[in-house]
Each structure stands twice: as C-alpha cells, then as structure tokens.
Design a protein around this ligand. Structure first.
Ligand code: FDA
Length: 408
C-alpha cells in the first residue's frame, strides 16, 4: 500500500531539548511544524539529567564554557537566546528552581517539569507530533521542472507516511546513552549531504585505568577528595571520586573532555595548602607522616596512595623526624602534582555528551543552516559545540534551537 503523503513547512527530527525549543519558536512564527522522534518516551535525556532535577542552564554561560574546533561559533546563538531568556520561560511556568553552585540552576522538584513546560509550549504553538516513528529515508528532490529556479523539498519517509517539507532540522543529539535512544542518525544525514563531521569521542565521562596501575585504589571506591585536576592547560577544582573502574566525580568529568589518550592528568591533592610548609611545621614531630596527611585527606586514601607511590619510604610507619629533607620534598611534590595516565574512558554508555559533531564551518552561526544545502539545519549536541559540566549543554540546546526556530 502506498504511503500517505503529508506536507508541512518544517520537520524536526529529534524531539529532545533542542528539537522542542526549535519547534516552539518556528510554531510561534506561524510555520507548520512536525516533530519526529523514534523514542517511546519523550525527552529521556532531559528527564534523567541533573540527577532527575535537570541542571537546565548556567547563569554565567559564555563561549568560554564550550569546546569546539571553532570556539567563536556559539557566540551569536548564545547572545540571542540567553540563560536569562530560558529562566524567564521557567518562571513563567511557575517552576521553582535553585542555584547549586557557580550559576548552575536546577529544578527544586523534578526535571519532568521542564519536559511538561516544553510540551505545553509546543501545543500552544500548534506543533504536531509523530512518535515513536522511524525515519527510513531522507531525500532532497526538485518539485518543479524549472531548471533555473528549481524548488527543492525534503522528503522524509517513515514507516507511516512521507513528510514533505521546505526546512529539515536535525536535532538527534549525540551518541551518549544509546540505551535511551541515542543514535548516529544526525551524523549519517550530514554524511549523506556531504557535510563534514569532526571526530567524535565521549565527553563528561569517567576515566579508566589498567588493573596494574590502579591496583589498591579499587578498595576505596566511593571515596572522594577535593582536588585540582589539570591537563592541556585547563584545570578544574572539584571532587575526584574513586570508582571500581578508575576515577570519576565532577573534576574528572570536566577534565575528561580535554584529556587526550596517552597523556597524564596532573592532580593537586591539596590545592589550597602548601605541603612543604606543613611538613616544615611538623619536621621535629614524632607524628607518623601518614597520620599527618590523614589530617588533610581521607585516611584510607592516604594509606593506599603512600603504598602505591612511596612503598620504599615507609611513610605509614615512620615518624616525621626520621625523614630526610629530600624525601619529604618528593612527597610534597607528588601531593601537588600526582600524575596518572588513564587507559581510556567508560565510553558512550556512561558519557554525558559526545565531543565533536557536525563541523561548524559548514553551518551559519546565526541560523544553524547548512552553508551548502539550503533548508537543512543542525542544532543541539549533534553540532561540534560541547559544553562543560554545569547546565551549559542544555543552554546550547535552547540557544541553537531558538536560532534555527527564527529561520526555518
Ligand atoms: P537530545 O539527546 O536531548 O535529544 C535527541 C532526540 O533525538 C532524542 O529524543 C532521541 O530519541 C532522538 N533521536 C535520536 N536518534 C533518532 C533517530 N534516528 N530518529 C528519530 N529520533 C532520534 N546537560 C545539562 O546542561 N545539564 C544537565 O543536568 C545534564 N545532565 C545530563 C545527564 C546525563 C546522564 C546525560 C546523558 C546528559 C546530561 N546532559 C546535561 C547533557 C544534555 O542532556 C544534552 O547535551 C542535551 O540533551 C542535548 O540536547 P539535544 O536536543 O541536542 O539532544
């Protein structure tokens, strides 16, 4: 049986954060919009985000909070739809929220409120839904025979129908958490239309270590230390969490986006203290060095860290007054620059985001439209713009969705 054909102004594939924002804005402009998604449940990533409370934006979001081969690309969209604009929407819907730290805003109750708000705004803007629905094929075809002024439309073939549109927006997100519907669809469409995609890798993700390198630390999984973690000239001061597989916690998730395989991480275990100074103060004391360190760091961590790094110095059994100066210097140096080389990451199954994506040189920074394929737009995480941890990724989804919503 032939598939039913329907016509709309705009089709948006991917009804996540960016897709819904784009649909709302396009609908408000009087465009007929259809949102297509293959998932059964709406906006699962929004639902699980921020531990169920959705860190929906960051008050201080600027281009400096994003990684991209073209760091200036996100400026225009972020300036046109700001964190304050999203906060105004949240407040209009009476959603109560709080600031956790450094501008990170979370719902007081549940991330479901953000989904409900977006769904409500879509309904008001007359957006039509088709989900779950599998997109089987996308074609770009001429609809008249006038060679000079050929008008082209996108034909989207699904299991139910063929949707013909003037504008097609790809908002299918990145590869992380395939269990809840992430797919490579957006990158495949880019590839189909000859649009470059930069190399992809998991970001905001835990780091793993080989069993040998990490022997001992497995026993302290669940323990965390407040540390400054650096690599590639970038540093984050937050908690580092020991896990069964390696390191996680906010400082590690942040630095994972900057880490390159084979390179060490530099961990300052006492970022606000001077270990040399502390040792000097207790130089003549009969206190065990490990007990002194345990005044500043978790005791079980100190025992394992000393055994792994300084087995020969007998730190756990020798008092301060029996160490040589150069031995204490070595320990102090390592406290401020403990270098570890991760073997990898916990991968897309656990990552919060995908680094890389549709090459921003291929898109207009004002509208997110392809420079070569008129009417084709990419928004949200599928684009090579990735935020740091702290509400920046949703802000990019809202801002890029808004930008395309004004243009489609
Ligand atoms: P998003 O992933 O939201 O939506 C993509 C949509 O496309 C999905 O609905 C999917 O089903 C659909 N889709 C995919 N393939 C398709 C196909 N082939 N056909 C049809 N539909 C398809 N960020 C932040 O700022 N604050 C936070 O608190 C968190 N927390 C967080 C926790 C966890 C566990 C994760 C994994 C991620 C976060 N993030 C976050 C990141 C944030 O969730 C992410 O950057 C945004 O959801 C990206 O928005 P998009 O709309 O681009 O993709």
């Amino acid at each position: 049986m032939a598939l039913r054909k329907i016509s709309k102004d705009v089709a948006i594939i991917g009804a996540g954060a960016a897709g819904m924002m784009c649909a709302i804005e396009a609908g408000k402009r009087g465009r007929s919009v259809i949102l297509l998604d293959h998932a059964r449940k709406l906006a699962e990533k929004v639902r699980i985000s921020g531990g169920g409370r959705c860190n929906f934006t960051n008050r201080h979001a600027t281009a400096e909070n994003y990684l991209s081969a073209n760091p200036h690309f996100c400026r225009s969209a972020l300036a046109r739809f700001t964190p304050q604009d999203f906060i105004a929407l949240v407040e209009k819907h009476g959603i109560r929220y709080h600031e956790k730290k450094s501008g990170q805003l979370f719902c007081d109750n549940s991330s479901q409120q953000i989904i409900d708000m977006l769904q409500h705004e879509c309904a008001k803007a007359g957006v039509e839904w088709q989900m779950p629905s599998q997109v089987q094929r996308v074609e770009h075809v001429s609809v008249n025979n006038d060679e000079q002024y050929a008008k082209k439309k996108f034909l989207i073939t699904t299991e139910r129908n063929i949707v013909a549109v003037d504008s097609l927006v790809i908002a299918t997100g990145g590869l992380s958490i395939p269990q809840i519907g992430a797919s490579a669809f957006g990158y495949q469409i880019a590839d189909q239309f000859g649009i470059r995609v930069t190399s992809l890798r998991p970001g905001l993700v835990g780091l793993t270590f080989t069993a040998g390198d990490f022997a001992g630390f497995k026993d302290i999984s669940g323990i965390s230390v407040d540390a400054a973690v650096s690599c590639a000239g970038v540093s984050f001061r937050e908690n580092v969490l020991f896990t069964h597989r390696g390191l996680s916690g906010p400082a590690i998730l942040q630095i994972s986006s900057y880490w390159q395989p084979g390179k060490p991480l530099h961990i300052d275990l006492l970022p606000q203290q001077n270990a040399q100074q502390i040792f000097l103060e207790y130089r003549q004391s009969a206190l065990m060095l490990s007990n002194l360190l345990a005044c500043y760091l978790p005791k079980r961590f100190v025992q394992i860290w000393c055994a792994v790094n300084f087995a020969e110095l007998l730190i756990t059994t020798k008092p301060m007054n029996q160490f040589h100066d150069n031995e204490l210097r070595q320990v102090a140096d390592k406290i401020h620059d403990w270098q570890v080389v991760p073997s990898g990451t916990t991968g897309y199954k656990k990552a919060e985001v995908t680094l890389g994506g549709v090459d921003t040189h291929e898109l207009s920074s004002k509208t997110m439209e392809s420079r070569h394929i008129s009417g084709l737009y990419f928004i949200g995480e599928v684009v090579d713009v990735t935020g740091q941890l702290g509400g920046y990724n949703f802000q990019w989804a809202w801002s890029s969705g808004y930008a395309a919503g004004q243009a489609v």
